[in-house]
Design a protein around this ligand. Structure first.
Ligand code: ADP
Length: 448
């Protein structure tokens, strides 16, 4: 069932039940009030008859009672054996069919009839001529009361309909009002799916309600998706572009070998070496791309000593390279919350770059700054010009492509390091002057 139908149905049903309850209450209240008034009137009449009977014992009872016969009514006097002590006095012979009772107590009752107005009856004990107790029973058909009740019924029914019509109209407007933004949201979503566009919802002149918030969130989500999609697209095209070069080198050497390789040992040797180094490059590229993708996953974090971790990494490089590499720390131990392997990867990238892009010494410092720790990797190499400082963190960005390629670079190292630092809620920055070397710094929050 559509949401609009549900809103309309619910509001109309709710109003219908409410109106029915109120109207039924009004109807029964009025019914009781009117019946009580009739009862009081007939009781007064019955008392008058008894008084008249007592005060005028000499007048024939039938004649006396005729004077008191109510309009639309009947009077009976019933003996203790259920016999009529005088002939029934009535305006309509049909009334004589009505039931009667002998009672020694004053009672009142309503006789309900299916095809005509109800009767109200009052029974009152009297002392009859022979000294025995008899019952005077006075009947009155509730014609005016029935008519009023019938009129009230129709008035209330018409009032119910009059109330329900605006309720249905209000329900329709309400459902339209609520559903308009939802419909526009669905429409925009469909357009985005079919046209593959990053369309947003126009929020001009809209009141700031919950639906506004929903649409605003949708717009933020679209922006986020667009951004992510574009970045993925760039990544895929950059990655395929980067893989194209080694593949075409391998292919051209294979063709060369096919044509003239068999009887040319020099060419054979050169080709095998080229293929081997291009295969290494592709392997490194693929590994780094996987690393970048893996960084999106959730990793486990633990408490670790950043000084020990940095020292370990520096020692590994010292063993592998014949270069001057110094390490200094301001404290014995500084604890941070992080992923051991990922943080080591960051230091690995920074030290590797410092060694790659300089020929002099490389210094690594660990500095304590209140609740933060800074690790700085300083080199005295070519440096990075101001305008390149932000770009070097982009995927596949290399200042000097051919130099980086010769040094085995992929252009992914700093992008990986930056992503890891973002995950650790830390920072990775560079300060450098062209020709005067560079300092890459990472900052992390410490823990006790
Ligand atoms: P690559 O694999 O090319 O080294 P990176 O993402 O690690 O990729 O670095 C991107 C670029 O930033 C490098 O190609 C290089 O031009 C520049 N770069 C990085 N570190 C240094 C450094 N210590 N000194 C000078 N240039 C650097």
């Amino acid at each position: 069932m559509k949401l609009s139908t549900k809103i309309r149905l619910f509001s109309s049903l709710f109003m219908l039940v409410l109106v029915l309850l109120v109207n039924t209450a009004i109807y029964y209240l009025f019914y009781n009030m009117s019946l009580n008034a009739e009862k009081a009137e007939l009781t007064d009449q019955t008392n008058e008859i008894t008084e008249a009977l007592n005060e005028s014992p000499n007048i024939a009872k039938s004649d006396l009672l005729k004077a008191y016969l109510p309009t639309d009514g009947m009077v009976r006097i019933i003996g203790k054996d259920g016999e009529f002590l005088i002939p029934t006095l009535t305006k309509d012979q049909e009334f004589t069919e009505l039931p009667f009772t002998f009672s020694k107590k004053q009672t009142a009752g309503v006789i309900e009839l299916s095809n005509q107005a109800d009767f109200l009856t009052i029974s009152k004990p009297i002392i009859w001529e022979n000294g025995e107790v008899a019952t005077l029973q006075v009947y009155k058909q509730l014609v005016a009361h029935s008519e009023s009740m019938e009129t009230l019924f129709y008035v209330l029914a018409v009032a119910s309909v009059i109330v329900l019509i605006p309720t249905i109209i209000a329900g329709t407007f309400l459902s339209r009002f609520i559903l308009k933004p939802i419909k526009s949201l669905t429409g925009t979503m469909k357009e985005n799916i079919t046209d593959a566009k990053w369309k947003k919802i126009n929020l001009e002149n809209r009141s700031r309600d919950e639906l506004y918030e929903m649409e605003e969130t949708f717009n933020v989500m679209i922006e986020y998706l667009k951004d992510n999609f574009e970045r993925q697209e760039t990544f895929v095209s950059d990655a395929s572009h980067e893989l194209k070069t080694p593949i075409s080198i391998v292919k051209s050497y294979a063709q060369l070998l096919k044509r003239r390789g068999q009887d040319n040992p020099e060419l054979l040797n050169e080709s095998v070496q080229a293929v081997d180094s291009e295969a290494d490059r592709m392997q490194k590229l693929v590994e780094q791309m996987l690393l970048l993708a893996k960084n999106q996953e959730n990793e486990t974090y633990s408490k670790l000593d950043i000084i020990q971790l940095t020292r370990e990494t520096v020692d590994q490089f010292k063993g592998a390279y014949d270069r001057e590499l110094t390490f200094e720390a301001e404290a014995e131990k500084i604890m941070v919350n992080g992923n051991h392997d990922q943080l080591q990867q960051v230091f690995y990238i920074l030290i590797d770059n410092a060694l790659k892009y300089s020929d002099e010494a490389v210094n690594v410092y660990v500095l304590r700054r209140q609740s933060e720790v800074q690790v700085k990797v300083q080199d005295y190499g070519q440096g990075i010009p101001q305008e390149e400082a932000e770009k070097i963190f982009d995927r596949f960005y290399r200042m000097d492509k051919s130099r980086s390629r010769d040094l085995g670079g992929t252009g992914l190292g700093l992008a990986i390091a930056k992503a890891i630092m973002e995950k650790h809620k830390g920072q990775l920055t560079v300060s450098s002057e062209s020709g005067n070397g560079s300092i890459f710094s990472i900052t992390l929050s410490t823990i006790d």
